[in-house]
Design a protein around this ligand. Structure first.
Ligand code: ZN
Length: 160
């Protein structure tokens, strides 16, 4: 979704005429329970023409695809439920068996749940995302950094 009705909230080059209320009213059109169902919420800044035309040094898609395939194969082997059993398809009791947090990660997640009043659904989604991030990095144990990254992917930008 756009950051606000006019689309310019947070854009340094174009001012939103009635920030921050414009963004709050616009975001309120999507209910909290609906937002709670998203796995990832990521702020994507506008892409300027200069950026489109400039040569890029991004990681090639085929390299990313290989990393994703390796993570999926690793997850499927761990879960022992077939090649199509991705993390998000696991039931909560199955997820608990494969989460494997370190102590700092568990403490950060607990703190986030308490301080941000996260729902049980959000708690599970953060675990799924953190497990997937760790899988993409070929890490058996979910570290505090992976939980922090998963939490960052749930942050709603520009609503303050
Ligand atoms: Zn606006």
């Amino acid at each position: 979704m756009n950051p606000c009705r006019c689309g310019y909230l947070g854009d340094p080059a174009n001012a939103c005429g009635s920030a921050p209320a414009c963004g709050r009213r616009y975001a309120a059109r999507v209910s909290g329970p609906m937002i709670d169902r998203f796995d990832l919420i990521i702020e994507v800044p506008e892409v300027k023409a200069d950026m489109l035309l400039a040569p890029t040094a991004n990681e090639p898609s085929h390299v990313i695809a290989q990393r994703v395939e390796a993570a999926r194969a690793s997850a499927a082997a761990r879960q022992n439920q077939g090649a199509d059993c991705v993390n998000v398809l696991l039931q909560p009791d199955q997820l608990a068996d494969i989460i494997n947090f370190d102590e700092d990660a568990a403490l950060l997640l607990k703190t986030a749940v308490v301080q941000s009043h996260l729902s049980a659904r959000a708690y599970r989604k953060i675990q799924w995302v953190a497990r997937t991030i760790a899988d993409l990095n070929a890490e058996a144990i979910i570290s505090r950094a992976k939980i922090a990254k998963a939490l960052a992917y749930r942050a709603m930008p520009l609503q303050a």
